[in-house]
Design a protein around this ligand. Structure first.
Ligand code: SF4
Length: 324
């Protein structure tokens, strides 16, 4: 069951050279109890898509069209006051750097209690018990003692667990995790991913995981959406995606993973375009080894290559189009 639907989101930035479009008809859905991994290189638009949901965009950004449906309402038509209520209590953000969310001057417990007071309207013993339970749920040992610690007394992994505890204490229905493990050691990365998966399964929470790391999501994501230059180029259930990737960009990403290097190490030549660059046709064509003439002239439509598997590549001409 879908809890959130992003439909045909178009967004751009007002820059010195004028308005530059950064998202092109981005559509994806989050299901309760499932993890969607939005994957792509840095600057492809995955974080901007996530921040659009929370309405935490820079002033220069402008959404030109689209709908973000949550609980039957379009979040894009909500006032900033209403969005403030939704952020944290219903949809919570787990940032790349937990220190952006933790104030070094207050104990982690004080900050967690404040969040519980605002979003759950609890005080005193009740709030404290909720905070302890949240710390226990994210497997922070000696929860009561650690609540009295300051952020600098926590390791990177523990800080990230504390942020996740805040989302749990508020009973958020959606977690948006923006590169949540990038700043952590590999072993801690695995622990945080396991924790997110446990939360998803036990609490039926929907998780949107933003990442550049396909290897990280192989074991954990239920669905994958690959972004390139502001557009979703392929989306599929994770098992289908890893067994039968379709889009040349996805295939190149997968072939560059260490686990696949016994085949032959593939690198993707060139760089992704900046939002100022105007590329006619398929935006991946300057880097695509399968590029055909049509790719340089026309934007590929989305083809339905199998049930729930969409790929925007002319190599699929002959399959039904998603819009058919
Ligand atoms: Fe490559 Fe053409 Fe497919 Fe784009 S549409 S990914 S250029 S083959």
């Amino acid at each position: 069951m879908n809890i959130l639907d992003v439909e045909n989101l178009n967004l751009g930035f007002n820059c010195e050279n004028g308005f530059n479009q950064a998202l092109w008809d981005v559509s994806f859905s989050l299901e309760k109890g499932k993890m969607l991994a939005l994957v792509g290189e840095s600057g492809c638009g995955k974080s901007v898509s996530a921040m659009s949901i929370l309405q935490l965009l820079p002033k220069t950004a402008k959404i030109t069209s689209g709908i973000i449906n949550f609980e039957g309402e379009n979040l894009l038509s909500k006032s900033s006051k209403n969005m403030q209520k939704i952020r944290g209590s219903k949809i919570a953000l787990i940032p790349q750097d937990p220190m952006t969310s933790l104030n070094p001057l207050f104990t982690v417990g004080e900050q967690l209690l404040e969040v519980i007071r605002i979003h759950q309207n609890l005080k005193g013993k009740e709030a404290w018990e909720k905070a302890v339970k949240a710390f226990e749920a994210v497997q922070i040992p000696c929860a009561e003692k650690r609540l009295k610690s300051y952020p600098h007394e926590f390791s990177g992994g523990m800080k990230q667990r504390a942020i996740i505890a805040m989302a749990l204490a508020c009973e958020a229905e959606i977690l948006i995790a923006d590169e949540p493990t990038t700043a952590l050691d590999v072993t801690i990365q695995a622990q945080i991913m396991n924790l997110l998966e446990q939360i998803k399964n036990e609490r039926n929470t929907a998780i949107l995981l933003i990442t550049h790391d396909l290897a990280l999501v192989r074991e954990h994501a239920d669905n994958i959406a690959v972004m390139y230059a502001g557009k979703i180029v392929e989306s599929a259930p994770a098992k289908e995606f890893f067994e039968h990737p379709n889009h040349p960009y996805s295939i190149a990403l997968l072939n560059s993973l260490p686990a696949n290097r016994d085949k032959s190490l593939e690198t993707i030549t060139g760089q992704p375009p900046s939002i100022q660059q105007r590329i006619q046709g398929c935006k991946f064509h300057p880097r695509c080894k399968d590029c055909m003439e049509i790719c340089t002239q026309e934007v590929p439509p989305e083809y339905k290559v199998s049930e729930n598997h969409i790929s925007a590549c002319f190599l699929n001409d002959g399959f039904n189009r998603k819009s058919d």
